[in-house]
Design a protein around this ligand. Sequence first.
Ligand code: KIV
Ligand code: ZN
Length: 515
Amino acid sequence: MKNRVIIFDTTLRDGEQALMASLTVEQKLRIARQLARLNVDVIEAGFPLSSPGDFESVTTIAREVKGPVICGLARLIEKDIVTCGKAVKPAERARIHTFIGTSAIHTEKKLRMSENDILDRVTRSVKLARRLCGDVEFSAEDAGRTGPDFLCRVVETAIAAGATTVNIPDTVGYTTPEHFAKIFDDLFNRVPNIDKAVISVHCHNDLGMATANSLTAVSHGARQVECAVNGLGERAGNAALEEVVMAIKVRKDLFRIATGINTKEIMRTSKLVRDICAMPVQANKAVVGANAFAHSSGIHQDGMLKAKNTYEIMTPQSIGLKETRMNLTSRSGSHMVKTRLLDLGYREEEFDLDELYARFKALADKKGTVYDDDLITLVEAKSHEDLGDRFVLEYLNVSSGTGTVPTATARILVDGKVHQEAACGDGAVDAATNAIDRITGYKLTIENYRLDSITGGREAQGRVLIVGRCDEGVFTGTGTSTDIVEASAFAYMDIVNKIARMKRFRRKLPRQKGD
Ligand code: KIV
Ligand code: ZN
């Protein structure tokens, strides 16, 4: 155990309690199954006494999810502990996690209990939990603001009563790494039975130090880290699982310890949690943000082309991402533009790099990011002038509303011939794009969808930007209308016409790599 850190995931408990809407049993089960694939050691599945729905979720996960320990939360109150014991009982390996506030702020103001009353309650309740379950975790809530003497007494009492794990939470994200190191050193030096339990850490991110504090605790003896996917959790969230795990992996030279996490499942888990919890991940979020493996600066891109470790401390593959992304912007050098064109299948003799790069810079200054389709248009610009759109949207009718399946009918001229198709979808835009797909035969994955209002008032014009991916590459399309669905359809048509143009060029000038 000395060289292994237990990863205790609390996405479904601390993370879920911070969401706008509770998750259903099915949603929690899907996340729990993915957490098992990620190979977390412990899943804190919920707080069984808090609602019948939470009880149901915890007990379902306990019954269905194999591998990790399944844990439920309980206050240091008999009925909480008994209910929790029932909920986790079906698990292969079950844990009851029970807690009480220990800082003066909590004991005096919230609980109105003396220190001796708290110690007495710890003994009785931990003993009760141990009679119900062999694996019992005790948390000293607000340990970060608990006086050192009392914290040592609480920890000693919990272990003496049978707690197998004792958790030291920084409930309000108040500590700093140095302060936290002192708390852990104190515990390890002063609590006589400290070696009889696993010492755990649980940090909140109110001052942005949750990961740093958790890692400091590991360096000072903690062997369990409580964390949540994408850093979800109360207020500013908990320590992010992906940050803790990747820091331990990337800096194994410092930590000399490992987790059992299958890091290649990190990205998939992050996306699933993002989608099910409807909690977006900021683009510059460490490890799992959209920009975490994207390079924009020309100097960085040049370095990356020469050696990946110039600007990447971990590989995208190590967290389950396919590849690094190079954003083509006005800061990109000509070397990067040339590399991208070669990747797209062009041969060097097909473009004049100096001339093309000048036009690229002008476009990038106007547009920001230059996507693959923009780059192709730049290369093919002369021939484009006499090429019209292959697909022309003549008519689009979409019906959607509460209780009806969104349906769309599209009529499109394909090379001048009329084609009409109808399709349903998850929403009005999905139905419209499905109807268009049926006619064009292209299958696009929408990677990004953005709607901006470009005029004011009720009849505001909306501009939709879609970034779509298909076998031919990544394309962007824009469309404008007072009707959002129509603007989306126009943006989508913009993309399909770009694909058609590209296919036409490819037929004329087949230049796949290796030709
Ligand atoms: O932040 C906290 O103190 C908690 C405990 C219940 C562990 O979430
Ligand atoms: Zn918490």
